[in-house]
Design a binder for this molecule. Sequence first.
Ligand SMILES: *Cc1c(COP(=O)(O)O)cnc(C)c1O
Length: 373
Amino acid sequence: MTFSSFIPPQRTLMGPGPSDIAPQVLAALSRPTVGHLDPTFGGMMEQLKQLLQFAFQTRNECTIAISAPGSAGMEACFVNLLQPGDSVVVCINGVFGQRMRENITRCGAKAVVVEDEWGRAVTPQKLEDALKQHPEAKFVAFVHAETSTGALSDAKTLCSIAKQYNCLTIVDTVTSLGGVEVNVDGWGIDAVYSGSQKCLSCVPGLSPVSFSPAAVDVIKNRKVPVQSWFLDQSLVMTYWSGKGKRSYHHTAPVNSLYALHEALLMLYKEGLQQSWQRHLTQHQKLVAGLDELGIDFVVPESERIPQLNAVNIPQGLDDASVRRSLLDEFNLEIGAGLGPFAGKTWRIGLMGYAARNENIALCLAALKQVLSN
Ligand SMILES: *Cc1c(COP(=O)(O)O)cnc(C)c1O
């Protein structure tokens, strides 16, 4: 056996994540590593918290990046807020809603499930009906942008219903943050998590999270300790709290945090509205091009996630072999369908740095050629 360095191919990433990473972000990753308690690093982390507050549109002090992927952000929200016996209304319209339910039951809490068809948004009236029937519910949980199906739910309306019934809200914004409006304070989201590798176009492995003052109160007043030592926010915050008091909890992924800082800086310089508009404009260009190829969408127009395009695979085409040709011949990655959509749909991502003209041109040209084979 001889070993050699791994030199990955230069792919164009237009799947459900990870997305293409900007050269500036990759450059940030390769800067010299400093100690995770180095005073200069503490300064960078303070900026990082502020940039995350900007991206989430929140003033929540407890706004940080968990040192693990989006799934860990999901778990952090549930294990910190839920206690055994709590009742949670969870809206499920795809894979990630199902994972929320799994988290709820593993916390020893009770999941009241509101189900919607895959490929459709969550129906606000169903949430309201469930809350009427379950006055014991303390939390409402839902996925803003369901990456498994391409459906975007009306997070603002769902949160306002939850508030009418005095519930705290737990919202998955892994695919939505940076790509469409996410307004944590304006909508009344109490616990929110995202991922570094979707519309933020950073390396995978980090999960931005934010907890409202009401959520922090719940965490402080727990009767039983958080079952996960690593994800216990009251411990993690001893490292992220700053003001010269930073103390060791775990070794932060130093270089990955440089990359997230750079990616958020790019978003800050572009502006939130401008970034949402760019994702929408690129989505519209893709829709027009796919239409010419006779490829149609899974989700009705008013419920689509611009940055995650779920399309029906044209009849007679073999899912896996087409995706393989795109990869081998064009270095282009698109995503497969999940769950009941496996083999029936493709998921074409236009996330962050991947939402560019040249990517759309490549994707359309490659699909055109592969379809005509
Ligand atoms: C990708 C994704 C996750 C999981 O994130 P990982 O970084 O893969 O752990 C959770 N929720 C949604 C909606 C996602 O798209």
